[in-house]
Ligand binder design. Structure first.
Ligand code: SAH
Length: 273
């Protein structure tokens, strides 16, 4: 990842509070809402129209999305490169494709939404700031919990050395399988199952990323994180102030947790449907 000199990121200031040391200052801000209320997402979806009048297949619409993320303070070139290559509109229903390059979540069916690009980029940026990625320049072996429509999976496939992605809703597992089929990724394994259990057969993972948040991090995730690896997940703050992004780094001596900005993700649920 390249970091550029300049003023601190305006939209994503880090609040590096240790766990138990209180809510981060940024928790008081409007939380990032990668998966807003479905009603709001549906209202957005009702506004038809292609951004800037450009064809969605044009690289220019993705270029504009990336430029906007840069302006908002994201500084992670690898995720930008991946976002330029992966057509987000191909992962949402045709009727919603016109909004695919706006910074918005959109319904993907079954009460779930595709995460908004700024939050996807931010979480991957945090993974890139971990020891594994700084040492090797990639995310290594990745576990993704909450495949949804598979858009983030397609990004991770380009940034890691193998991705295991787990989804608990069968129809979304099927949808992601169909969405990702044209890419023919060799190193992506989609799993229909309960991601709270992680994926023992492929553990340990250098990077773990979750798109759904609970009250605590499932123990399996911590166990299955490699030494030198990093986990990024939403979690309800211990102070009851909604969700925050939690980063966990596993060192030989143990796990170090840091809390970052406020977010608003769908709930992490156990079992499969
Ligand atoms: N990254 C996805 C996000 C989808 S929303 C996208 O952009 O499309 C979050 C997803 O997490 C939902 O599909 C939900 O079904 C899934 N989820 C919630 N709890 C889960 C669990 N325990 N295991 C696997 N998936 C889970």
């Amino acid at each position: 990842m390249t970091r550029r000199p300049g003023p601190p990121a305006p939209r994503f200031p880090l609040a590096l509070d240790q766990v138990g040391r209180g809510a981060p200052a940024s928790a008081a801000r409007e939380p990032l809402r990668p998966q807003r209320l479905l009603r709001e997402a549906a209202q957005d979806a009702a506004r038809q129209g292609t951004p800037s009048g450009l064809g969605l297949d044009s690289a220019l619409v993705r270029q504009r999305m990336v430029e906007r993320l840069r302006r908002e303070g994201i500084r992670c070139e690898p995720v930008f490169d991946a976002m330029l290559q992966v057509a987000r509109h191909a992962f949402v229903d045709t009727a919603l494709a016109g909004q695919a390059y706006e910074d918005t979540s959109l319904p993907i069916g079954h009460g779930q939404t595709i995460s908004k690009p700024s939050v996807v980029a931010r979480m991957i940026e945090l993974l890139y700031e971990g020891e594994q990625a700084r040492a090797h320049g990639h995310l290594g072996k990745v576990l993704e919990v909450g495949t949804g429509c598979g858009y983030q999976t397609a990004l991770l496939a380009r940034l890691g050395k193998g991705v295991v992605s787990i989804e608990r809703l069968r129809p979304l597992f099927d949808k992601a399988s169909a969405n990702l089929a044209p890419w023919r990724f060799d190193a992506v394994r989609l799993v229909y199952g309960d991601g709270m259990l992680g994926h023992g057969p492929n553990a340990p993972f250098d990077s773990i990323i979750a798109a759904a948040g609970g009250d605590a991090l499932p123990p399996a995730w911590l166990e299955q994180l490699a030494v030198g690896g990093r986990l990024v997940a939403p979690m309800h703050s211990s102070r009851g102030a909604g969700q925050v992004l939690v980063v966990v780094d596993r060192h030989a001596s143990g796990w170090v947790h840091t809390h970052h900005e406020a977010v608003h993700f769908v709930p992490l649920k156990s079992g499969v449907l």
